[in-house]
Write a protein that binds this ligand. Structure first.
Ligand code: NAD
Length: 477
């Protein structure tokens, strides 16, 4: 099955089609996807530019209706598209279906934004004047997305970009183009005018520079090095940019924690979706008094995880996404052992026709080890023992990342102290570091995030520009 790009409202082929392979069954090709050329990326930007005035001026009800229809179709097809997501990315079917449902909810929520996009009207400070503050679309936006949430990240960028009247060129990850293709197909059938949304699939290093240089704004989610390269390019042109990057997220477990709850939270945060979430727990910081009892509970739960075919309802963890990611996970497992970390469980690749790795937990680690500094982005976590809350906060904040953090405690004072002093953009109390709501702002502090938060009430900041108007109408009565 060949899947084309979408440029100017038309399916557009390419000289190159690449296979999309199931990471759980390496002989299963899901489809062949067109890799756009640089010229086609430029055509997509031109189509978005041409469509911009019409879409920016379109009736808010029209935009709202289209976005709602997209959400309706995603919801109706959640099981089918969830299975596609699982086959191309490797997360479990339950997680795959959940991600499609979440994407539907995002479109439904964003469908209200065209109607909510008000402004402010204030009395002018000169007699007979009024000031108005309104918001306008930024223009043509390039959206560049990663493989780990192949539907949700394209959904949360696209839905808000379109809601506020921008036109879009989406470049999904070359590893998981299938969900983005389905989204493009749904958007077109939902009634979007030609050129308002364009899809170009393929190699980021080739297409990235064109997409960054030709847009009025760039919203990127992905790895820190690529984010930094995009930032440098946009700075030179003073282009608006938003970056959502990596994490090295700490979960603190304090003396007074409910240890069964703490073990469940750590397990969920570290190993669901095979640890391939930017918000995944990777540093588990436990106070010495409960350290051994907590680790015992956690190790038992990790050992009980079923790793296997993600389409099987009994599976807890599927494969990692591809060979480079598996190699990286195994490399960091070796580095941790060389640095003196103690392997509590896991660590081995499974002998199967896919990229399966045991969920892996290290203990006896300290925060200077590379396993605790670098983002691994796999089912690999480590435990660091600390003295008390103060020590835990210092270790949690001692990181080059500041995306998500969590604390497990029954103490209100400890929870509030951690909430205030954590440097992360997201703080979880008695909840996993991963797993977010769609109606509230999401993102990390620099260098995990840059250029403003995404979703909820924050989305308007990035996807619109403010305009302050001074109107001298002369009416004073
Ligand atoms: P990646 O940086 O390799 O790729 C992301 C996207 O950038 C892909 O579409 C890729 O083709 C494109 N790209 C590659 N080189 C480019 C270039 N030079 N210019 C422009 N685009 C280019 O990341 P990945 O491996 O797909 O995803 C994993 C990373 O994403 C992890 O670091 C993870 O933490 C991060 N992530 C962050 C969040 C968040 O919200 N903070 C969410 C999900 C994933």
């Amino acid at each position: 099955m060949e899947k084309t790009n979408w440029i100017g409202g038309r399916p557009t082929g390419s000289p190159i089609f690449e296979p999309n392979v199931n990471p759980a069954k390496l002989d299963e090709v899901i489809g062949h996807y067109a890799w756009a050329t640089v010229e086609q990326a430029a055509e997509a930007l031109a189509a978005a530019r041409e469509a911009l005035p019409g879409w920016a001026a379109s009736n808010p009800q029209t935009r709202s209706d289209i976005l709602r229809r997209v959400g309706d179709e995603l919801h109706a097809r959640a099981e089918e598209l969830g299975a596609l997501l699982t086959r191309e990315e490797g997360k479990t079917l339950r997680e795959g279906i959940g991600e499609i449902r979440r994407s539907a909810q995002i479109f439904h929520y964003a469908s209200g934004e065209p109607l909510r996009n008000g402004g402010e009207c204030l009395p002018g400070l000169r007699d007979g004047t009024t000031t108005m503050v309104t918001r306008e679309p930024v223009g043509v936006v390039s959206l560049i997305t990663p493989w780990n949430f192949p539907m949700a990240v394209p959904a949360w960028k696209t839905a808000y970009a379109l809601a506020f009247g921008n036109t879009v060129v989406l470049k999904p990850s070359e590893t998981t183009p299938g969900c983005a293709w389905e989204l493009a197909d749904i958007l077109h059938r939902a009634g979007l005018p030609a050129g308002v949304f364009n899809l170009v699939m393929g190699d980021g290093r080739t297409l990235g520079p064109v997409l960054v240089d030709g847009a009025d704004a760039v919203s990127f989610t992905g790895s820190p090095p690529v984010g930094r390269a995009i930032l440098e390019r946009t700075v030179a042109r003073m282009t608006k940019v938003q970056l959502e990057l990596g994490g090295k997220n700490p979960l603190v477990v304090l003396d007074d924690a409910d240890l069964d709850l703490a073990a469940d939270i750590a397990l969920q945060g570290a190993f669901h979706s095979a640890g391939q979430r930017c918000t995944a727990t990777s540093r588990i910081i436990a106070t010495r008094r409960i350290h051994d009892a907590f680790v015992e509970r956690l190790v038992a739960k990790v050992r009980a995880m079923r790793v296997g075919d993600p389409l099987d309802a009994r599976t807890d963890m599927g494969p990692v996404v591809n060979q480079p990611q598996l190699d990286k996970d195994l490399r960091y497992i070796a580095i941790a052992r060389e640095e003196g970390a103690e392997l509590a469980c896991g660590g081995q690749r499974l002998d199967a026709n896919g990229y399966f790795l045991e969920p892996t937990l290290f203990i006896g680690t300290d925060n200077d080890m590379r396993i605790n500094r670098d983002e691994v982005f796999g089912p690999v976590a480590s435990v660091i023992a600390v003295d008390d809350l103060e020590h835990a906060i210092a270790i949690a904040n001692d990181s080059e990342h500041a995306l998500s953090s969590g604390v497990v405690t029954q103490g209100l004072v400890a929870a509030e102290t951690f909430r205030r002093r954590s440097r992360a953009g997201l703080v979880m109390v008695n909840a996993p570091t991963a797993g977010i709501d769609y109606h509230v702002p999401f993102g990390g502090r620099s260098p995990s995030g840059y250029g403003g938060r995404e979703q909820g009430s924050a989305a308007v900041e990035f996807f619109t520009e403010g305009k302050t108007a001074y109107i001298n109408h002369g009416v004073t009565a």
